[in-house]
Write a protein of this length. Structure first.
Ligand code: NAD
Length: 500
């Protein structure tokens, strides 16, 4: 029997085997083949990773901007050169199609490119002569050891949201990848070291609840970035802020797309099908509810036809649109929610259960599934399905559609499809959601902006990349300085608060 490889920890610049007794299999969701075993790190291994990061911070924080920028220039080149290999690892452990896996790596690569521009990002401000001979200026200084906790659905992009910007701003980092698909993340970490990130600046521990709690509690960790479900993110936010850390949590979603009757029909149906069923619906910005306004309600048969035409299969097969769900547990959860949708009285306009996928009979496949007549109060609407399930709701007017979206607690993403500038502008003004698409179904901002989910989809004030994350990973120090010429005349003791 071939030996199953073990996923390593990265501590102090060395990839090491964990001494733990607790392991979990990393499984190919299309075949159930065990690809590797991932350790749940011990408490002392977490301590060692944090200690290595703390030690490395003393020198890394003083490294020149140019040196830091050049490491990320090299890193972006290495990621490009290894794109095919990275996508193949990602598809094997996560399931999404190879082109979509390349997209996952690419959206992370864009953050790495942005990190290389740090010379223009981590700039302070200066005001000359705030009082006579007095200048005030700001320094944006790194915090120290920062940590990141990532979900399974973007195992390349989301780790790359975190450690490049944390490290390029002068911090050191401890990453806790998803235990479900840590292999592509580890390959990215190997490449980061190859690009020149020094020993101890980037560390990786694996595990679940116990390791995450240890990160939240650790006195030497200054900031935590989390991406994952609302339940775990809320716990992480509360626990880590209680321990005095700066925390940002990007969490679950229920993204609505409003379809106006004047929308370009073909473009809209293509966009809805791609954004609802791509990545098997396992995107935090997937469209999970389409609100059909007025005459657009007639488009359901065409939308069903479009969805039915998508090919379900292993992500490695050519022409496949919808890969498997990440795990058997995810398959069971999505299947149960489809059953609940039926039981709650929604109309199953397209049933994607039990698709036939020759050669991959054991895969966790659910095909595109569409419920019509969905209303709040139904489980399939109230819960995040995180599968290839699109709910259709009806509205008589744009106002009614906006009211429905704004009544939903989540605020990750939303979109409107229309040819009317006036309707789009109303939507952009009145919708209470942090990321808005206008004829764009998945409006994830590129890294010169920040990811700005809102309301129940987000805790903490600053987003995970873009300008906001430079603030997240730095402490602003404001210096007020006066230098005396030998000829400066002394004016005696100043007992007031005024600068004189
Ligand atoms: P998850 O919350 O189960 O896991 C996220 C991380 O938390 C993992 O590293 C996991 O090991 C850890 N974890 C799991 N259970 C824990 C517990 N009880 N205590 C402490 N830590 C725990 O999320 P997931 O299933 O991996 O990812 C899917 C979720 O992530 C969806 O809800 C999706 O919407 C969300 N997500 C949000 C964004 C965003 O930017 N808003 C992006 C991607 C995914």
């Amino acid at each position: 029997m071939p030996t199953i490889p073990t996923v390593k920890l990265l501590i102090g610049g060395r990839f090491v085997d964990s001494a733990t007794t607790e392991w979990r299999d990393v499984i190919n969701p299309a075949t159930q083949q065990v690809l590797a075993r991932v350790p749940f790190a011990t408490a002392s291994e977490v301590d060692a990773a944090v200690a290595a990061a703390k030690d490395a911070f003393t020198t890394w924080r003083k490294t020149s901007v140019g040196t830091r920028a050049r490491i990320f220039l090299k890193y972006q080149q290495l990621i490009r050169e290894h794109m095919g290999e990275l996508a193949a690892i990602l598809t094997a452990e996560q399931g999404k199609t190879l082109p979509d896996a390349e997209g996952d790596v690419f959206r992370g690569l864009e953050v790495v490119e942005h990190a290389a521009a740090i010379g223009n990002l981590q700039l302070g401000e200066l005001a000359n002569n705030v009082a006579s001979g007095v200048d005030t200026y700001t320094l944006m200084q790194p915090l120290g050891v920062c940590a990141g906790i990532t979900p399974f659905n973007f195992p390349a992009m989301i780790p790359l949201w975190m450690f490049p910007m944390a490290i390029v701003t002068g911090n050191t980092f401890v990453l806790k990848p998803s235990e479900q698909d840590p292999m592509v993340t580890m390959r990215l970490c190997e490449l980061a070291l190859e690009a020149g990130i020094p020993a101890g600046v980037l560390n990786v521990v694996h595990g679940g609840e116990a390791v995450v709690n240890a990160i939240c509690d650790h006195a030497d960790i200054k900031a935590v970035s989390f991406v994952g479900s609302t339940k775990v993110g809320t716990h992480v936010y509360q626990r880590a802020t209680l321990a005095g850390k700066r925390v940002q949590c990007m969490m679950g979603a229920k993204n609505h797309a409003i379809v106006m009757p004047d929308a370009n029909k073909e473009q809209t149906l293509n966009a809805l099908a791609g954004a609802s069923f791509g990545a098997a619906g396992q995107r935090c910005m997937a469209v999970s509810v389409a609100v059909l306004v007025g005459e657009a309600q007639q488009w359901v048969p065409d939308l069903v036809a479009k969805a039915r035409g998508l090919k379900v299969g292993a992500g490695t097969e050519k022409g496949v649109d919808v890969g498997p769900l990440v795990s058997c547990a995810a398959f069971d959860r999505v299947s149960t929610l489809i059953e609940r949708g039926v039981a709650d009285g929604a109309t199953l306009a397209l049933d994607g259960r039990q698709p036939v996928v020759p050669g991959y009979e054991k895969g966790n496949f659910v095909g595109p599934t569409i419920f019509a007549g969905v209303k709040p109060g139904m489980a399939v609407y109230d819960q995040e399905v995180f599968g290839p399930v699109l709910c259709l709701a009806n509205a008589d007017s744009l106002d009614e559609a906006i009211a429905l979206v704004n009544a939903n607690p989540n605020g990750n993403g939303t979109a409107i499809f229309t040819q009317s500038g006036a309707a789009a502008r109303r939507f952009q003004e009145d919708i209470d959601v942090g990321q808005v698409g206008i004829n764009v179904p998945i409006p994830v901002p590129v890294p010169m902006f920040s990811f700005t989910g809102s309301r129940a989809s987000k805790l903490g004030d600053l987003g995970p990349y873009g300008k906001q994350v430079v603030l997240f990973y730095t402490q602003t120090k404001t210096v007020t300085a006066r230098w005396f010429d030998d000829s400066t005349v002394a004016h005696g003791v100043n007992t007031t608060i005024s600068l004189k």
